[in-house]
Design a protein around this ligand. Structure first.
Ligand code: SIN
Length: 355
């Protein structure tokens, strides 16, 4: 009698285990790559929402803080590096992009979430948008409040990011950025407010969608080429060409531009006033930079709209490139990658129309 009871209890236990294994197998496999930022930040008190320290909490603690993740995906974590994102650089980007590509080539990885500081999230997103070689979802997420704050936004943002990375709807949409229940595309998203939770916007063109009730909803998609449809291959690169940004302002002189060229810049992004205008004080330095083979891209400090080719400057005569709608920090990323392929300004201009 006793042995029959033990046998039936054993059977029930086995069934329960099989059910939970089957459930786990049905869930998508999502890798969480942690890189630091406020989402991993800690403050002195629960009301410290400024003056906290970014990049303190490791990936395991981030995952443990959101037990709900296990209901929507089989999550695994990896600490790729641990920085405040103002310290992001080309070396970190190459390391991250290579790791993402290795992981996405594995059949046991369905999507990737990257936790990241919000200050340069838009740059990392665009870099990966151009260099990841997979259509599987890659979602970058951050938070505006540190993990120790009242109403910290990191846990819900991470939950949404994992949902999105495991969603069939996110396949082939390019690299995505999610915070505040909104989904943005890598090419157009930008940080618009120093501290509010709704800081990330896609000015004028709009969000791609929302996350509501544990489900992503998409409404539009960028038509610019990304991921598997780009010509950029970083798999064998250890460095990227030096490209710097010169900011336009009243009373501007040529000092910064000359200094960057003297320091070895291979490309300059000129974030000009208005439609990317060039002050007469910088034009001789731009002509000189072109003679030295430095590629100069006219972008705009305005933040919205297309920089018109041959509009505010004779780009054909000066042999310049215009940035389309890319802001200066994203124009810099495209120029770095373009310079790994060519220095021909016509070919580079074509890339700004494509990506
Ligand atoms: C950072 O970018 O690392 C700090 C700021 C933030 O994550 O919001």
């Amino acid at each position: 009698m006793q042995s029959k009871k033990i046998a039936s209890q054993f059977l029930i236990l086995c069934c329960a285990m099989l059910v939970s294994v089957a459930q786990a197998q049905k869930l998508p496999n999502v890798m969480i790559l942690a890189t630091g930022g406020t989402i991993a930040g800690t403050g002195a008190t629960s009301t410290t929402t400024v003056g906290y320290t970014a990049a303190k909490i490791g990936v395991d603690a981030l995952i443990e803080a959101v037990p709900e993740l296990k209901k929507v995906a089989n999550v695994r974590g990896e600490q790729v590096f641990q920085i405040a994102s103002e310290n992001m650089n080309n070396d970190y980007w190459l390391k991250l992009a290579k790791r993402v590509n290795v992981l996405l080539a594995q059949s046991d990885v369905d999507g990737i979430v990257i936790t990241h500081g919000t200050d340069t999230i838009e740059e990392t997103a665009y870099f990966l948008n151009l260099t990841v070689k997979s259509r599987k979802p890659v979602v970058i997420v951050g938070s505006m409040r540190p993990s120790t704050a009242i109403s910290a936004d990191g846990p819900i943002n991470l939950y949404n990011a994992v949902l999105l990375a495991g969603s069939q709807d996110a396949i082939g949409k390019g690299v995505l950025v999610t915070l505040n229940d909104q989904i943005n595309g890598a090419r157009e998203v930008t940080k618009t407010n120093t501290s509010t939770l709704d800081t990330f916007k896609t000015p004028e063109l709009g969000f791609l969608g929302y996350i509501q009730g544990s489900k992503p909803y998409f409404y539009r998609q960028s038509v610019r080429k990304n991921t598997v449809d780009t010509e950029f291959d970083i798999s064998k690169l250890d460095t990227l060409p030096q490209v710097d940004i010169v900011y336009g302002y009243a009373n501007m002189g040529p000092v910064a531009l000359n200094a960057f060229v003297a320091a070895g810049a291979k490309g300059i992004i000129h974030a000009g006033v208005g439609d990317g205008s060039l002050a007469s004080t910088v034009i001789p330095s731009i002509i000189d930079a072109r003679k030295k083979g430095v590629v100069v891209v006219r972008s705009s400090r305005v933040g919205q709209g297309i920089v018109a080719r041959n509009g505010e400057a004779d780009d054909d005569k000066l042999d310049l490139v215009v940035s389309d709608t890319l802001n200066a920090q994203k124009a810099r990323i495209l120029l770095m990658l373009a310079l790994t392929k060519t220095t021909n300004t016509k070919e580079i201009q074509a890339m700004y129309s494509k990506y």
